[in-house]
Design a protein. Structure first.
Length: 83
């Protein structure tokens, strides 16, 4: 084998190893954030053949579930224990 053929073989081998090692690595899996989950739900109901009323109802349910709950009850202060 001459020098050019050996260099070509070495280059092809290095390229093949680089490609195969890149294909073997998996992307890091992570859970969806709350915002991403909400966005997926909204996109899902957009793809369904819903009436406008049904669409708006489901959209409100999704958005209401995403908003933080507001506490409206006032709890009376309990007397502290004095020792």
């Amino acid at each position: 084998m001459n020098t050019t053929a050996r260099l070509l073989l070495a280059a092809l081998t290095a390229t093949a190893l680089a490609v195969l090692s890149g294909c073997a690595s998996h992307p890091e899996l992570r859970p969806y954030t709350a915002e991403e989950t909400r966005q997926l739900q909204l996109e899902s109901i957009q793809r369904q053949a819903l009436s406008l009323d049904e669409y708006e109802l489901r959209k409100r349910v999704i958005l209401r579930a995403a908003s933080p709950q507001v506490v409206t009850e006032v709890v009376e202060a309990q007397p502290g224990i004095k020792g």
